[in-house]
Design a protein around this ligand. Structure first.
Ligand code: HEC
Ligand code: HEC
Length: 305
């Protein structure tokens, strides 16, 4: 072959095309070879340090080499979780020893409580009260300033811990058709912000509505000097917010006739389950610090009196 090489002394491979087109045998550039061997070395090193080779023959079932560093994804995940847990534990410890008012005054803690309580609210409360506390048909809105039992931290804590069960008498056997009709109209009048006539008020008082809905019909029986309200959980009839769907005349008539949480067919049902700790004699679905967080969260949504 060498003797027939028309380009003697050249590092060609002896392959020719079209007379003078030929294949040369040049080594790859040095930098390229260095990179090649380095990456090969990296591959070997990686296999020694990290999990790499499947071991389908292993006696305790198919697995893989573990690498001398002992790294694994699950361990990395666990380490990350432990870090999160350490930060959380710090906050949780503080929260356990502080009152809700002290927590609200601490912006860092408050932010932690808000995000952690949002998750709790989604898990335990949103099914009834809506994901933002905006309420659902038959369940009260928590994101406004209209409260059945009061919107202070203490009242909200009480509502969550012990649950609530408002009661209103069924009036179907107590009132005449005409009285029910007049009262239902009066409730609609009040809900539209109108004062109502003296006869309306006289009937409202005479039939005992005042005993629960208060002398102003707004559900407040008394207001204490510190601003907290005394209620038995009766609705505010003087605002446009209806507790029972769809609201309006027929709805009011129905509530007056059949009451709330009564052992009567047609009765409205309004039960807030208890979430308190087992120690308080209740179902204990939540710890006291979880209730504290939720009370702050709900207060934040629409707190007040
Ligand atoms: C099964 C449905 C249901 C669940 C779950 C529920 N609630 Fe309620 N909640 C109610 C009902 C119904 C009422 C109204 C009770 C009444 O009318 O007497 C209420 C009332 C309340 C009140 C009093 C509102 C006021 O105006 O005074 C608060 C506060 C409250 N819930 C917070 C919560 C929180 C926080 C959670 C989650 C831990 C929760 N609820 C879970 C049904 C529920
Ligand atoms: C024993 C206490 C009590 C008495 C007496 C009472 N109510 Fe109620 N009333 C309640 C409670 C509690 C609710 C429901 C609150 C809740 O769970 O949201 C309610 C709800 C209502 C509602 C529904 C409001 C809405 O937003 O859907 C109307 C209307 C109403 N009452 C009218 C009256 C009238 C009129 C009388 C007098 C005949 C009266 N109530 C007497 C306690 C009472």
């Amino acid at each position: 072959m060498a003797e027939s090489n028309p380009f003697p002394g050249e590092n060609n491979t002896g392959h020719f095309w079209d007379d003078n087109l030929r294949e040369l045998s040049n080594p790859p550039p040095r930098w390229w070879m260095i990179a090649f061997w380095l990456s090969f070395a990296w591959w070997v090193l990686y296999g020694i340090l990290y999990p790499m080779w499947p071991t389908p023959w292993a006696q305790d079932g198919p697995g893989h080499t573990t690498g001398i560093l002992g790294w694994s994804q699950i361990r990395e995940f666990e380490r990350g979780m432990a870090q999160v847990e350490a930060v959380r534990a710090q906050f949780e410890e503080q929260i356990a020893g502080m009152s809700a008012e002290e927590i609200i005054a601490d912006p860092g803690l408050l932010q932690y409580v808000r995000s952690s309580a949002r998750v709790l609210f989604g898990d335990y409360c949103a099914a009834c009260h809506g994901s933002g506390g905006q309420g659902n048909p038959g369940y009260p809105v928590l994101a406004d300033d209209d409260w059945l039992y009061g919107g202070t931290i203490a009242k909200i804590t009480e509502s969550i811990t012990y649950g609530r069960k408002g009661a209103m008498t069924a009036h179907k056997d107590i009132l005449t058709e005409a009285e029910v009709d007049q009262l239902a109209r009066f409730v609609v009048t009040m809900s539209e912000g109108e004062p109502g006539s003296d006869e309306d008020w006289a009937l409202f008082n005479a039939k005992g509505c005042i005993a629960c809905h208060g002398p102003k019909g707004n559900g407040v029986l008394a207001e204490l000097p510190d601003g907290t309200i005394v209620t038995v959980g009766a609705s505010n009839l003087t605002d446009g917010i209806w507790r029972f769907e769809p609201g309006g005349y027929e709805s009011a008539r129905h509530t007056i006739l059949y009451g709330v949480n009564q052992d009567v067919e047609g009765s409205r049902s309004a039960v807030m389950p208890a979430f308190g700790e087992a120690g308080t004699g209740t179902s204990g679905r939540l710890e006291s610090s979880q209730i504290k967080k939720l009370a702050i969260y709900v207060h934040d949504l629409g707190g007040g009196r």
